[in-house]
Design a binder for this molecule. Structure first.
Ligand code: GAR
Length: 200
């Protein structure tokens, strides 16, 4: 294997996916290549970003399956057909079962928009994380990249970066700052680190 095959799982806008695509082009991500972008939403803008970059896409939607288990089985099948080495959750808004996470032990990473263990776990995703941080009045927040296990946001931490909360911040303003100053930097760096480890 000369590059780890990376599948990026998305649900929305895909700015973190874009950061990974850009990192591959610039050479920051050199030990892995994005070979698949899988979305659980057919209208996710992330799919457009993937197509523009010439990356294969797949859509697997919960509503098309009888239950959560069948939905996950289809995702697993799609990832295995792609010979995926590393799975990156980049704004993927589904909680994965133990069956799923144990199948890809230490081969799934996630980016979360806070300094774990603050503002994380079930119910803390997207803008809600920043709303909670502002409500608490923290002066520093940030982002975390971690391995994914059966506990939501509970796997081993790989990287973190702090970001200041400023006077007058709204959840949207804070979200953008955390993305620009933390997520889009530490996610590609972590992707490279873990990909490199898989090659060794
Ligand atoms: C990002 O802020 C990501 O950290 C967060 O959703 C956003 C997705 O944006 N993920 C979570 O909250 C997961 N718990 P994107 O689609 O533009 O990358």
């Amino acid at each position: 294997m000369n590059k780890a095959r990376i599948a990026v799982l998305v649900s929305g806008g895909g700015t973190n996916l874009q950061a990974l695509i850009d990192a591959e082009h610039s050479g920051i991500l050199k030990s892995g290549e994005i070979t698949l972008v899988l979305s659980n939403k057919s209208n996710a803008f992330a799919l457009e970003r993937a197509k523009k970059a010439g990356i294969a896409t797949a859509v697997v939607q919960k509503k098309d399956f009888e239950n959560a288990g069948a939905f996950e089985d289809e995702i697993i099948k799609t990832l295995e057909n792609n010979n995926t080495d590393l799975i990156i959750l980049a704004g993927f808004m589904c909680i994965l079962s133990e069956k799923f996470t144990s199948r890809f032990n230490r081969r799934i990473i996630n980016v979360h928009p806070s300094l774990i263990p603050s503002f994380c776990g079930e119910g803390f995703y997207g803008l809600r994380v920043h709303e909670a941080a502002l409500k608490k009045g923290v002066k520093v927040t940030g982002a975390t990249v971690h391995f994914v296990n059966e506990i939501p946001d509970g796997g081993e931490i790989i990287a973190q970066k702090a970001v200041s909360v400023l006077e007058g911040d709204t959840p949207e303003i804070l979200q953008k700052r955390v993305m620009e100053q933390a997520e889009w930097i530490i996610l590609p760096e972590a992707a490279e680190k873990i990909s490199k480890g898989l090659l060794e």
